[in-house]
Design a binder for this molecule. Structure first.
Ligand code: ATP
Length: 959
């Protein structure tokens, strides 16, 4: 009998029911077939594969739950599955949380690259790049785009539009139908009206089937092309509905290879059908990819699997597939097929070789014009600066060699050429200009340089093997410049006159080693620099001055140390001299000294060959508060806290600041959402443009429209002359912070989505669209997944557009370790603004703060400290007496009449109810105390006014 140790579990996640079930059931079956085959051949080193299957019913929310269950409860080694991008995006945080891999087998819109996902599917460049020009040439130039309303069709259609227009075609109509819709009469009327040459469909599942049927019945005699309709959908329709339709995929079940025929036969024997779609074959390959990786490493951990998958290749039914080392997508063939009378595809065209995946294809297309030639001078300088250290290092290493060299970056831009002083023969390629693109030189096509760039591997071509005659007395060698982690940075190409060397392979290898060494040296330098930066950052948080000494020299000083040095140079030098004089035998661990009237304590920690000298003042002016930064100028390093989860959020914010992606901040009231938003803005390249904040919960519903989009003159009675610009316009070029986005009415969400997609606003009552370039940072304290799944009060398409970067902020009760730093920060702030002397917190008061349940989070803590700071008046220490009573006295003592003995707590619901009652009573109590003053009550509770209003509504408290 098999024991558990003899099994390797794989989580299989598909919609076996739900609107996309028609397609996903086939993918699921293909996975099971692969697992069966592998087990029949003895499994992996004697270990059987065991599938643990979950039905996700086309529901993203359910997908997240099931994924977590498979990982946590079933302990699967990896997940295979999913069809819609909504479901994929929904589980990304789960994959990250448990560092688990997903093998995703469905063609999708690209624009994603995640280290926990292997994309076993084509991306648009592998389907559309050849398909669209082919359609234009063979079927016609005017296109009508119809798709299901979700991420893939909308984004794919953007690319199609781009490709159609760049091949002198046109889009004459574009329409979307909700997922699962089966009534297309209105759409067909529209298609008939605009009379396109070809209809391009990205409808999925049941909708696609209904559309084809109704299209045929309606009698429109036009070709339909699709990048998503495959054998599965076709097989559910009578042949006359679909004969003559076109699709492009890497795989059709009619491929005539031995591997495919065996796959089709086995599929037919197992499931009784030979209708196998590309998505199904992808699913089948996903299992094989995982299996090959497991066989390679013989380990189950994600890191080992990831490494084993990089560059992995095997012969699949569709032909050879290779995992791209950088993008985790696949190199695949591209094919175009036409449905025949058997409901199968006749293959009309296929690419001879595999096509490299370009998940960020749209961006590539956008920059294509630039690439053909000329990186403007500024850009070239910028790029050169980026590679300067590396180039210098390589030049230094090879300067003694009499060769010609060309350096191109990873995108193919020529950054530098040099010849080390040798006589240049008059050959064409020496005209290569820095700033141009390597593609512009077709005479370099079969050289080591270009091959290395295309294949990202060391490539060399010997003299007579070159196709152009001028190069036949030269050897060309292209050496990829890749970091230790495998990131490809570009290629350095060498051209060597063939009579100069006799041993070609020896010189090739030597040059490769020289380049590798140069890359290593640069990486080490970078590491040293970043270590220094980390040290600076970490030590900046310390309240003490730090000096690190080695060989009687100060080799590192933190910010406070530098400040003290500036203020009291003699004093610091004195201390150091004293320490140096005692070197090394008499180095004490603690010293006390007087600086003028200030007593300082000096601690010395020895860790040969380093000595860490910490200087702390006791009750002195040296220990004066740090000037606290203006919140409007705050950057991530100013965010106070060192809690592990908090630092993770800060590090995400840092990364977000480097991109232009939208950000979604999730967190309770007062956890610092606005502060994070400002920090991201201030650290981004939009920092000198406006940061505009709007609280969606604080503005009456009917005014938000005008607030956001502005209004034109005469838009409504009382509208200002000349109209008024909205927040979008005000934030143009900068960042718009949409706080409490979860409270935005549904109709407005639709308008917002439109603005985000079209990048233009039209003022209310106005007609002219105004182009806008605004980065959105949205924040909410609601669980948007639940709002989407259960209440339908938040649009999933808007959600996915906003949550490109999701940052969860930690409530104060989960980062009690930060209370001390926050208190110090608030005191410093008060000292700086009031000019009063610095205060300390007593141990007892500190313990009370630690025990308190921080309902209003950091804002509440800040209010408590502010209050205590003033109440403590001239005292240098804040004690328990200065804290508000509710912080340390049980609520009952405050006459809250909360008697637990009358309640029996049987389940979570009871606890929630009691919490609800407690919170309600607390709010009423504070309202009574403040005579119903909203601002004071909010301040007292440490929540914002809009949050208080929301809570009053939630608890049905009338004023
Ligand atoms: N890491 C931090 N360091 C210092 N101060 C902080 C930090 N986080 C929050 N604060 C302070 O806490 C208070 C609340 O922060 P902020 O307004 O950014 O929270 P919020 O989550 O946007 O609140 P709300 O949801 O109620 O609008 C502010 O006074 C802010 O300065």
């Amino acid at each position: 009998m098999m024991t558990k140790e003899h099994e390797i579990k794989i989580g299989i996640l598909f919609s076996l029911t739900g609107t996309t079930g028609i397609t996903e059931r086939g993918q699921y079956q293909a996975c099971l077939l692969a697992i069966k085959q592998i087990n029949e051949k003895g499994g992996i080193d004697g270990r059987r594969l065991l599938s643990v299957v979950e039905d996700i019913a086309s529901d993203p929310y359910l997908t997240a739950q099931k994924a977590e269950k498979l990982i946590l409860a079933d302990k699967v080694v990896a997940l295979v599955g999913l069809y819609t991008s909504a479901c994929r995006k929904m589980i990304i945080s789960t994959l990250e949380k448990y560092d688990t891999l997903l093998f995703y087998p469905t063609q999708y819109e690209g624009e994603e690259q995640h280290r926990n996902i292997f994309y076993c599917c084509p991306v648009p460049n592998q389907q559309l790049l050849h398909f669209i020009p082919w359609i234009i040439e063979n079927l016609g130039k005017s296109f009508y785009l119809i798709g299901s309303d979700y991420i893939y069709p909308r984004q794919t259609n953007q690319l199609i539009r781009f490709l159609v227009e760049s091949h002198q075609g046109s889009i004459v109509g574009e329409n979307y139908s909700s997922l699962g819709n089966q009534k297309f009469y209105q759409y067909l009327k529209d298609i008939e009206r605009v009379n396109p040459d070809v209809i391009f469909s990205t409808l999925v599942g049941d909708s696609a089937v209904s559309f084809y049927k109704q299209f045929h019945q309606y009698g429109i005699n036009k070709p339909i092309a699709s990048s998503i309709t495959a054998e599965t959908e076709i097989s559910t329709l009578r042949n006359f509905y679909t004969k003559g339709y076109y699709s492009s995929f890497p795989y059709f079940s009619t491929i005539q290879s031995r591997v495919n025929q065996s796959f089709v036969n086995q599929y037919q024997q197992t499931y009784g059908t030979d209708r196998i779609s590309s998505a199904m074959e992808n699913a089948y390959n996903s299992i094989y990819l995982l299996t090959h990786a497991l066989e390679r490493v013989k380990k189950l951990d994600t890191d080992s699997l990831r490494k084993a998958l990089s560059g992995l290749s095997f012969e699949a039914p569709k032909g050879k597939i290779v995992v791209d080392t950088e993008t985790q997508h696949l190199h695949l063939h591209s094919r175009i097929g036409k449905v025949n009378e058997n409901g199968q595809f006749d293959i009309l065209w296929e690419s001879g070789t595999t096509i490299a995946p370009s998940p960020f294809f749209k961006k590539l297309l956008d920059s294509d014009k630039d690439k053909q030639n000329v990186l403007g001078t500024g850009k070239l300088e910028e790029k050169l600066a980026q590679y300067e250290v590396l180039l210098d290092e390589i030049k230094r290493s090879v300067h003694f060699l009499p060769y010609l060299s060309v350096f191109i970056d990873m995108d193919g831009n020529v950054l530098d050429t040099y010849n080390h002083g040798i006589e240049l023969p008059p050959i064409t390629w020496t005209q290569i200009q820095p700033g141009s693109h390597i593609k512009a030189y077709s005479n370099l096509d079969e050289t080591g340089l270009k091959l290395a760039w295309e294949r990202k591997v060391l490539s060399s071509v010997q003299d007579t093997m070159h196709t152009i005659s001028q190069l036949q007395t030269w050897h060309s060698i292209g050496i990829p410049i890749s970091s230790r982690s495998g990131t490809f940075n570009g290629v350095i190409g060498f051209f060597i006159q063939s009579d100069e060397i006799s041993t070609f392979s020896f010189i090739t290898n030597s040059l490769a080693r020289i380049v590798e060494y140069a890359v290593d040296t640069v990486e080490q330098k970078h590491q040293q620099v970043s270590l220094h930066t980390i040290l600076q950052d970490v030590s900046a948080m310390m309240s003490d001055c730090l000096y690190v000494i080695k060989d009687k020299r100060i080799v590192f000083t933190n910010v406070r140390g530098q400040q003290l040095f500036k203020q009291k140079k003699d004093f610091v030098e004195n201390i150091m001299e004293d320490i140096f004089n005692r070197f090394p035998q008499e180095i004490p661990s603690v010293l006390r000294k007087k600086a003028n009237h200030d007593l300082v304590e000096i601690k010395i920690v020895t860790s040969e060959p380093y000595y860490y000298v910490f200087i702390k003042e006791i009750g002195s002016s040296l220990n004066k508060s740090q000037p606290v930064k203006d919140k409007r100028k705050i950057v991530t390093k100013d965010l106070v806290g060192s809690n592990e989860n908090f630092l993770k959020a800060v590090s995400l914010a840092k990364s977000a600041a480097q991109t232009t992606a939208n950000v979604l901040l999730l967190g309770e009231s007062g956890t610092g959402k606005e502060l994070f938003a400002r920090a991201i803005h201030n650290e981004s390249n939009r920092c000198d443009k406006p940061f505009v904040a709007i609280n969606c919960a604080a503005i009456p519903k009917d005014l938000i429209n005008a607030e956001l989009f502005g209004y034109a003159e005469g838009a409504f009675t009382g509208a200002r002359r000349g109209g008024n610009q909205g927040k979008f316009e005000a934030a143009n070029g900068g960042t718009l912070f949409l706080d409490e986005i979860g409270d935005m009415p549904l109709e407005l969400q639709a308008s917002l989505l439109r603005v985000l997609q079209e990048k233009e606003v039209t003022r209310i009552g106005g007609h002219t669209p105004i182009p806008i370039d605004v980065r959105i940072i949205a924040a909410t304290n609601k669980n948007l997944n639940q709002e989407i799944a259960f209440k339908g009060s938040f649009r999933s398409d808007l959600y996915f557009r906003l949550n490109v970067f999701t940052i969860e902020l930690v409530p104060l009760r989960e980062r009690l370790d930060d209370i001390s730093a926050l208190v110090e920060y608030f005191i410093d702030d008060l000292v700086a603004t009031t000019g009063r002397p610095k205060k300390e917190l007593s141990r007892e008061a500190f313990d009370i703060l630690i025990k308190h349940n921080w309902y209003g989070n950091i804002r509440e803590l800040s209010n408590v400290i502010e209050r205590a700071f003033y109440i403590s008046d001239n005292s240098a220490v804040i004690t328990k007496e200065h804290l508000p009573r509710y912080i340390f006295q049980p609520l009952g003592v405050m006459d809250m009449e909360l008697d637990f003995s009358n309640h029996s707590i049987n389940n979570v619901q009871d606890i929630k109810q009691q919490n609800h009652d407690l919170n309600k009573k607390l709010i009423i109590k504070v309202l009574l105390k403040t005579n119903g003053n909203i601002s004071k009550t909010a301040k007292y509770l440490g929540i914002s006014r809009p949050t208080l209003y929301r809570k009053l509504k939630e608890y049905e408290i009338e004023l």
